[in-house]
Design a protein around this ligand. Structure first.
Ligand code: ADP
Length: 234
């Protein structure tokens, strides 16, 4: 069974057709690199999949639950880190994760916070307020709240944006460790991430899917991925 299904999703903002009839599905073990230029519709598609925006037409199914009709059930299986990984800056990392665990009503919140701090290698900053963290750590906190309930589906909007190479490596390493058990969508405009992290690539431009294929097939399109990308999104 597919863990994520986007079925003919469409969404406009006024006259702008941000997402136009987008369909795809994602199975367990797949890590989708969701690529597209700025304004292509990546964030909007992710918000439709997570139920943060309502589609005008089409539907999104997460772990078998329609995100509009059964939002509580769908969200139980879904972790989402929005663009910029927003968090409450005045909370410490530990407090914020505890807050996220309590919001979700987890049975053993203290244990989940402990395991997540360890998984995301956040122990050394657990007692620091989030506003005092470097960008790399802040992104990891956003990532940590998305995985606190060990969801089957993970949707991450530019989790490595603006990070230095070491910080990027760290986020990719954590993702790779857990990817086999989950269905993951990662938006990025960093083409090198395709080779390092993804099993499949979906390219979107002007709200429409331009390519949906395995990493191997995508990498065979040409030596110069920037050129491949420009052609696909022109
Ligand atoms: P991406 O994540 O690929 O950069 P977005 O999904 O953010 O793309 O945006 C797709 C299109 O929708 C763009 O033209 C953007 O300007 C527009 N858009 C996004 N959010 C809003 C909004 N809240 N109001 C109006 N237009 C928006």
């Amino acid at each position: 069974m597919a863990l994520i299904e986007a079925k003919n999703l469409s969404k406009s903002y006024g006259a702008i057709r941000a997402v136009n009839n987008v369909s795809f599905s994602v199975n367990r073990g797949e890590v989708i690199g969701f690529l597209g230029p700025n304004g292509a519709g990546k964030s909007t598609t992710m918000k439709l999949l997570t139920g943060h925006l309502r589609a005008e037409s089409g539907c999104a199914i997460v772990a078998g639950f329609d995100v509009s009709d059964q939002p509580v059930e769908a969200k139980r299986h879904l972790g989402y880190s929005p663009e910029g990984a927003p968090a409450y800056g005045e909370m410490t990392v530990r407090e914020f994760l505890r807050f996220a665990a309590d919001l979700r009503g987890l049975a053993d919140p203290a244990e989940r916070v402990r395991a997540t701090l360890e998984l995301c290698r956040l122990n050394e900053v657990a007692a620091q307020t989030i506003e005092t963290l470097s960008k790399g750590y802040r992104m990891r906190v956003g990532f940590a709240q998305a995985v606190i309930h060990d969801p089957a589906v993970l949707i991450l909007d530019e989790p490595t944006d603006g990070l230095d190479p070491n910080q990027k490596f760290e986020v990719r390493r954590i993702l790779k460790d857990m990817a086999a058990r989950k269905a993951v969508i990662v938006s990025t405009h960093i083409l090198e991430e395709v080779g390092e992290l993804c099993t499949r690539v979906i390219v979107i431009a002007q709200g429409e899917i331009r390519c949906d294929e395995s990493r191997e097939r995508f990498l065979q399109r040409g030596e110069d991925l920037n050129q491949v990308f420009r052609k696909l999104t022109a």
